[in-house]
Design a protein around this ligand. Structure first.
Ligand code: OSB
Ligand code: MG
Length: 375
């Protein structure tokens, strides 16, 4: 296979309701869609990167720069028949995982189409439906939060993740736990605390949380190991795990007991599967995280979450939780807390180019292999 043209689209979609974490607040998103053409085949990927560097250091603009100037020129017009070979062409690019994931997902889509197989089969998925939970932002008041929990309980979602941050933690969780004694509940701090907040984090032990996600710094695994020894609640790492090597080190250190596997944060499906395999070997629970993906990135998440190790409901919900109209057909919907894994070749959900173009604020065709900048 040879990719002969790559087109990038910055696609702006409004969220159906604003979403706030301890690090950022949004009412619309700007994800980059990557369309890779190889002969008659067209593969799609998504850089599901926030536009600000508050979750990780990447932004929409850094993804644009890295894909345009380094990743696309490195892969155009070069032969590959497996993902290892393809990503080998841009191996020199350090980190920039959201940028890499955009191209890599498009390559998996091409490969799956060429073989006439659904993506989940290429990956080794075994589930016919994935277990679906929701991630709820920090709301202006508790009644808003309760209304959302009620709505998603009624829809049948199987696990509830609440964003927390300093001043919006113990009391919020206490009230939610009091109102919903049996809810499968967890908290995500998006790296808002330090070890000095130990008393606050220990207070969360009282609420029977499934786990606490990324309480400490985005780049830490040492302090998390100290913290885990002083908490009963399992810690789950998100921001700190950028590769399977990171996962191995964190598990060796005892920095967490559970890992949130995100395609974007890990630079693509191949590395995400490596983390899955490592955790399966060690009996470590994992679940599939998300970055508010549009239908293309969400389709990749659905395929990944069909792997056998994804036994805990993750953050991959129906796209109607975020978007009025998704960019793919059929739309990705959950019913009774499960999303069926599609069996058509490729991503299994077809990108609707007319809709994509309607929401595009910038696009670029790249056809030249070219030299890397700076050489
Ligand atoms: O920490 O998991 C996170 C969204 C943006 C940035 C960080 C995170 C999230 C989510 C959303 O929790 C999960 C989803 O895609 O629904
Ligand atoms: Mg998180």
């Amino acid at each position: 296979m040879r990719i002969d043209q790559i087109t990038l689209f910055i696609v702006r979609l409004p969220l159906v309701r604003p979403f706030a974490t301890s690090s950022s607040a949004k009412d619309h998103l700007n994800h980059i869609l990557v369309r890779a053409c190889a002969g008659d085949l067209v593969g799609w990927g998504e850089c599901a990167c926030p536009s600000d560097p508050y979750y990780c250091e990447e932004t929409t603009e850094t993804c644009w720069h890295i894909v345009r100037d380094f990743i696309a020129p490195a892969v155009l017009h070069r032969d590959w028949d497996d993902i290892e070979t393809l990503i080998g062409y841009y191996r020199r690019v350090k980190r920039n995982n959201f940028a890499k994931a955009g191209l890599e997902i498009a390559a998996w889509d091409l490969l799956a189409q060429e073989r006439g197989q659904p993506l989940h089969r290429l990956l080794g998925g075994t589930r016919s439906e994935i277990l679906s939970g929701v991630s709820l932002g920090i709301e202006p008041d508790l009644s808003r939060l309760f209304a959302l929990v009620d709505e998603y309980v009624a829809e049948g979602y199987r696990r509830f993740k609440l964003k927390i941050g300093p001043g919006r933690d113990v009391e919020t969780i206490r009230q939610v736990r009091q109102r919903y004694p049996d809810l499968p509940l967890m908290a995500d701090a998006n790296s808002a605390y330090t070890l000095a907040d130990l008393p606050t984090l220990q207070a969360l032990d009282a609420f029977d949380l499934l786990m606490i996600e990324q309480p400490l710094a985005h780049d830490d695994i040492v302090d998390h190991a100290h913290l885990q020894r002083q908490l009963r609640t399992p810690l789950c790492l998100d921001e700190s795990i950028l590769s399977a090597a990171d996962a191995r080190k964190a598990l060796d250190l005892g920095s967490c007991q559970i890992i949130n596997i995100k395609v974007s944060r890990l630079g693509g499906l191949l590395e995400a599967r490596r983390v899955h395999d490592l955790c399966a070997e060690r009996g470590v629970p994992v679940w599939c995280g998300g970055m508010h993906e549009y239908g293309i990135g969400r389709a990749a998440n659905v395929a990944l979450a069909s792997l056998p190790g994804f036994a805990i409901p993750g953050d991959v919900s129906g796209s109607d939780k975020y978007y009025l109209q998704d960019l793919v057909d059929p739309p990705i919907v959950a019913s009774r807390g499960a999303i069926p894994v599609p069996n058509t070749a490729g991503l299994g959900y077809a990108p609707v180019e007319e809709r994509i173009r309607r929401h595009t604020t910038r696009s670029l065709d790249i056809t030249a292999r070219g030299a890397y900048h700076g050489y």
